[in-house]
Ligand binder design. Structure first.
Ligand code: AMP
Length: 395
């Protein structure tokens, strides 16, 4: 069992808590604050136990100075002010004398949020490459490291893996809860159905080989589906596709034809915008110049038919570009159908959970995980480096 925040005396200690505040921001507003809300338990515990609380998180990717302007954690600080009902200190610097001064002046129960850790990724890729000097520096700012960023456990970056290597460490309540809830998928009640959608094809597609060993069916939709449709020899127009994964997809379809279920129809459009100018076409009839942005009605029925037989469902990745109203129907209808089945249903992923919350299905499922890639990798049995370096509780 991993050490947790409860196993430390936090009184008067500088406690660095790695949170996952990588929240969706639309028109300068946080469109889904689920990850922030879920982090509060650990933060409040540290405050109540007289720690000096230092919060760190990444937000999106930083590849330019322009990104730095748009991806500041300042917006999260404002949210935390409201949620915790206290003034949260904020350091615009991710290192240096000003940051150190703020920390040296902190009193017990003060909370500091440090700017987006990925600001260290530009111009040099220090955070994401787990730069040793940066890891040691950040570790030098605290006495104890608590990792509560479930969504990044599968990565080895300076702010999670790096700091954790140099400080006494443990997990927070969010990570503890996620691991407990997701453990039902170790031995799922059968039939077990996995729904896989979304757009990060390269990141996820190889995991299918592991997931499929446990799953009875894998329903593939969203942006994920078109690489498979192309692998079957279909024209996919301008639909999102990872050409490097076509051979792999073909291998999967050939080997697991009884388990993999692909869309038979799609809502396609010429323009990537929220437009009603779209048509429904069968998967073997996507015209040139069109892109698939949602599954079609026949596919929805086929997916529902598979889900009806299931006892356990795990879902990662929306079934269409659900940020656009006109392409959210597949995701919405499957959410609705699942919410009424009363079976073990786990939603894994930022976007999947955001969509579920947006469409009114918050708390309607067994578990709504804060992690996307992390959840998927965990249940596929992949390595979770930032969890592995957390100390075990001595018995
Ligand atoms: P992921 O992080 O892999 O779960 O991807 C989530 C993203 O995939 C969301 O922004 C979805 O809107 C997007 N997505 C889902 N279906 C499609 C599609 N058919 N084409 C492009 N993007 C999609």
């Amino acid at each position: 069992m991993k050490k947790s925040i409860k196993d430390f005396d936090l009184n008067n200690k500088k406690v660095i808590i790695r949170c996952d505040f990588n929240v969706p921001i639309i028109n300068e507003e946080i469109s889904d604050d689920n990850r922030i809300i879920e982090s509060l338990k650990t933060i409040k515990y540290a405050i109540d136990n007289n720690a000096k609380v230092i919060l760190m998180s990444h937000l999106s990717k930083i590849n330019s100075e322009e990104d730095k302007k748009n991806k500041s954690l300042g917006i999260v600080r404002d949210k935390l002010n409201n949620l915790l009902g206290k003034n949260i200190l904020f350091s615009k610097d991710t290192r240096g004398a000003k940051l150190e001064r703020i920390i040296n002046n902190m009193k017990n129960k003060d909370v500091l949020l440090i700017e987006n850790t990925r600001f260290e990724d530009y111009p040099e890729n220090r955070e994401s490459s787990n730069d040793e000097e940066l890891s040691k520096y950040w570790a030098s700012l605290g006495d104890i490291f608590i990792n509560d960023a479930f969504g990044t456990l599968h990565r080895a970056h300076a702010s999670n893996y790096g700091i954790g290597t140099y400080l006494p460490n443990g997990i927070g309540f969010l990570v503890e809860e996620e691991l407990k809830k997701l453990s039902v998928l170790d031995n799922p009640d059968k039939p077990y159905v996995v729904i896989l959608g979304g757009a990060k094809i390269k990141d996820k597609i190889k995991l299918i080989e592991k997931l499929i060993k446990k799953a009875d069916k894998i329903l593939i939709g969203g942006g994920m589906a078109y690489t498979f449709l192309k692998a079957q020899g279909y024209n996919i127009g301008n639909s999102i596709c990872d050409d490097d994964s076509i051979a792999f997809s073909k291998k999967m379809i050939d080997k697991y034809s009884q388990k993999i279920v692909l869309p038979v129809d799609n809502k396609v459009t010429k323009k990537f915008e929220d437009t009603e100018e779209n048509i429904i076409v069968n998967s073997d009839c996507i015209p040139d110049g069109y892109m698939g942005l949602d599954i079609g009605p026949k596919t929805i029925k086929i997916f529902e038919n598979e889900l009806k037989k299931a006892k356990t469902v795990f879902w990662n990745g929306t079934l269409g570009y659900s940020e656009f109203n006109n392409y959210s129907q597949g995701t919405k209808e499957i959410l609705d159908y699942l919410s009424k089945l009363g079976i073990i249903t786990i939603l894994g992923g930022g976007d999947t959970v955001s969509a579920s919350n947006k469409f009114g299905y918050k708390d309607k499922f067994t578990h709504e995980s804060t992690g996307g890639g992390a959840t998927l990798k965990l249940i596929a049995g992949e390595k979770m480096p930032s969890l592995e370096i957390i100390d075990e509780l001595e018995s």
